[in-house]
Ligand binder design. Sequence first.
Ligand SMILES: CC(C)(COP(=O)(O)OP(=O)(O)OC[C@H]1O[C@@H](n2cnc3c(N)ncnc32)[C@H](O)[C@@H]1OP(=O)(O)O)[C@@H](O)C(=O)NCCC(=O)NCCS
Length: 221
Amino acid sequence: MEKMPYRDNGQVLVDMQSALSAQAVATTTDWRHTLPVMTGSMVTLRELRLSDAASLLAMLSTEEVSRFISPPPTTVEGFERFIAWTHRERAAGNYACFAVVPHAMDTAIGIFQLRQLEPGFATAEWGFAIGSAFWGTGVFLDGAKLVVDFAFDMVGAHRLEARAAVANGRGNGALQKVGAVQEGVLRKSFLRNGEYLDQTLWTILDDDWRRSKSVWGGLIH
Ligand SMILES: CC(C)(COP(=O)(O)OP(=O)(O)OC[C@H]1O[C@@H](n2cnc3c(N)ncnc32)[C@H](O)[C@@H]1OP(=O)(O)O)[C@@H](O)C(=O)NCCC(=O)NCCS
């Protein structure tokens, strides 16, 4: 999550990787047109709408949620610009961002993001943030299963990376719970509040994910 380009002014950092990504050929084209609506036992994941901006501001801009991630927008308009940017990046095939909507609600209470780390999306990175009122409820795990399936089955990724600040207990606990493997520590790799933080690198491989699902219903429980 930490490295997701999350800008209040709606602009994003364009680095060499992004420039290369823009030329990439996606494995599938459908999701570039519009993201699928995916339903779990507790939540639905769908494309972000401009009308999600106010609820996302309320859910994601608190200190406890934003402490270990790139600073979220600070206004409704900032979130609207972010949402418009997610649609452009999805259409370009570089990135996907899902709204997390609990059943019986129409409000986005969090997001899952997925971006390519190389042209063609073979290696992808995911990140997530959920309003703290929904922490520990099972919403994260329910949505995470859908996003990992989406990354491997629809986008065609084979390796899914996530970075979590070492000090982010819930972020690391969530990744461990979903079955990610800790590959190492990226020292002083994330600048937050003027301080470089170490991050844990977590990965899931498509073969491992599919094998575990076929044997006993998933790595996650
Ligand atoms: C990351 C996030 C989406 C996870 O959702 P969540 O509902 O809190 O996750 P869960 O409660 O299902 O899982 C977290 C696990 O970490 C454990 N955990 C909590 N604090 C912990 C700590 N200090 N150290 C280790 N594990 C911890 C929890 O006990 C839980 O495991 P359990 O269900 O086996 O008990 C949510 O906490 C969030 O939005 N955080 C803010 C944004 C963020 O940090 N994003 C992640 C960037 S990588």
